[in-house]
Design a protein around this ligand. Structure first.
Ligand SMILES: [Ca+2]
Length: 473
């Protein structure tokens, strides 16, 4: 009897779905997760979007998998990466780029910590940009391995920093907290490190699944490329940007080939995205504006996911935000949900099933409650292009609010509201605000609430209930 009880107990432990009890299940291998993020690339700088820039390897992820046609990020680096790592996007610290040392509060759990706790080997190769303080270091915030740079931008060859909060010229390239001075081109080195980790896993027989974040600084400025990647006579400008993108695509091809060579491709979810709308030299196609803007050119980006034999090739047009990746990856991996309620599981949608509804998504380039040291205080002298703006998308409607400037001075109480129906008008040509004052008022209240209090928990998300006929086009 005692033996039977013991067997029953053992059986319970073995089949328990709780990953916390069984961090390395041998009988139900979890998929690997490989996230590849491109930095400031134009959303139409892909050959599959008709660009002359050659990106056959990035294209192959879409060609062999799923293209998420309505994928959204925040309009610049830090809040997008913060939303990816934390599953929320409503924290004022995410928009304080001049206070980089204060970022990523220690009490805020991260996606990397979640996968580490779930039995995954975790690694970040490339750009972090979520804090310089020791308590914000990637190795402290969930990554077993870190190779790359902490700040926002570096010289691709020398690894000198150009970040506004790091003294110009300071070396910013390290492996697990130790500065490294290796010759090479950052994009290639990021790929080399990723491939070396993959090969080491196989060689050592490591049976844990992995969560790798390959965070290229390419094609963010200042632009430079290896000699062999440049067209003859190309020294500066658009041709260099083109070479930076094409070199990154080659390195992505090497990583995908390594997955294939090591027989890991069939058990690996590969997710590619761009962190925000394109900046200088870039092409965002018909979408208006780009980086730093809450118009579609700044926040709607290409995103592709490949999972051979599990995901059939198709397009998904359900809205999805970068903060949803935490809950979505948990679901893909079969981990129980620990993600914050603001991170919405879209795995069913990615697979082509499930409801297409998503609670409203919020965007900002600087929150209204931001004090000195915030983003627009820094960029305001550069002119009207960088005015503070925020937006909410309650599909298919988008309300955007923007400050009005007179020179460099904010005209008080002069916010302008724009309303677009993204289903009928994805390029935001027709402002419907004058036709729909009640909808403007209601979405405006939601947006103001988000800016002052943050995103409502999902259980309260119907605080502004949809009224029949008012949000339909
Ligand atoms: Ca960026």
């Amino acid at each position: 009897m005692q033996l039977l009880s013991l067997l029953a107990l053992l059986t319970l432990l073995v089949v328990s779905p709780a990953d916390a009890r069984q961090p390395h299940p041998r009988h139900a291998p979890r998929p690997n997760i490989l996230v590849i993020m491109s930095d400031d690339q134009g959303s139409f700088d892909l050959s599959l979007r008709g660009s002359g820039i050659r990106t056959p390897n990035i294209d192959s992820i879409a060609r062999d998998g799923v293209e998420l046609t309505h994928f959204y990020t925040q309009p610049f680096c830090v809040p997008t990466r913060a939303a990816f790592m934390t599953g929320v996007s409503d924290q004022p610290w995410m928009y304080r780029i001049q206070r980089l040392a204060e970022l990523l509060p220690p009490d805020m759990p991260t996606l990397a910590e979640r996968f580490q706790r779930g039995g995954y080997e975790t690694a970040l190769m490339g750009k972090w940009h979520l804090g310089l303080a020791p308590e914000s270091h990637p190795n402290v915030r969930g990554f077993d391995h870190f190779y790359g740079h902490l700040g926002g931008l570096i010289d691709y060859f020398t690894k000198e920093s150009f970040d506004i909060v790091i003294p110009t010229g300071e070396h910013d390239w390290q492996r697990n907290g130790v500065q490294v001075f290796e010759d090479g081109y950052a994009t290639t080195q990021i790929a080399d490190e990723t491939i070396a980790l993959l090969e080491a896993r196989v060689e050592e027989g490591d049976r844990r699944p992995f969560f790798y974040f390959v965070s290229f600084n390419a094609p963010h400025g200042p632009w430079s490329a290896p000699e062999e990647a440049l067209l003859p006579g190309c020294t500066v400008g658009l041709c260099v940007y083109r070479a930076v993108v094409e070199q990154m695509d080659r390195e992505i091809g090497r990583i995908l080939a390594a997955l294939d060579d090591l027989a890991l491709d069939g058990e690996t979810v590969v997710f590619f995205l761009i962190d925000n709308g394109g900046s200088s030299f870039t092409n965002n196609g018909p979408f208006r504006r780009g980086k730093f803007q809450t118009l579609e050119g700044g926040i709607r980006v290409p995103a592709f996911v490949r999972y051979p034999r599990r995901l059939l090739r198709h397009q998904v047009n359900a809205p999805m935000h970068v903060q949803d990746l935490w809950a979505t990856f948990e679901a893909a991996a079969g981990l129980h949900k620990e993600s914050p309620s603001t991170s919405v599981n879209r795995w069913l949608s990615v697979q082509g099933y499930g409801r297409r509804h998503r609670p409203p998504m919020f965007f900002s380039n600087q929150r209204a409650d931001c004090e000195a040291g915030c983003f627009s205080h820094f960029v305001r002298p550069f002119g009207v292009f960088f005015t503070r703006s925020s937006a909410v998308i309650r599909w298919p409607w988008k309300l955007r609010v923007q400050e009005t400037l007179f020179g460099n001075l904010v005209v008080l109480d002069s916010q302008s509201f724009e309303l677009y129906n993204l289903r009928r008008d994805p390029y935001e040509d027709f402002d419907r605000a004058a036709d729909r004052p009640e909808l403007v008022r209601r979405l405006g209240a939601e947006l103001m609430s988000w800016e002052s209090q943050g995103e409502a928990p999902r259980s309260h998300r119907r605080a502004h209930p949809r009224r029949r006929g008012t949000t339909r086009d």
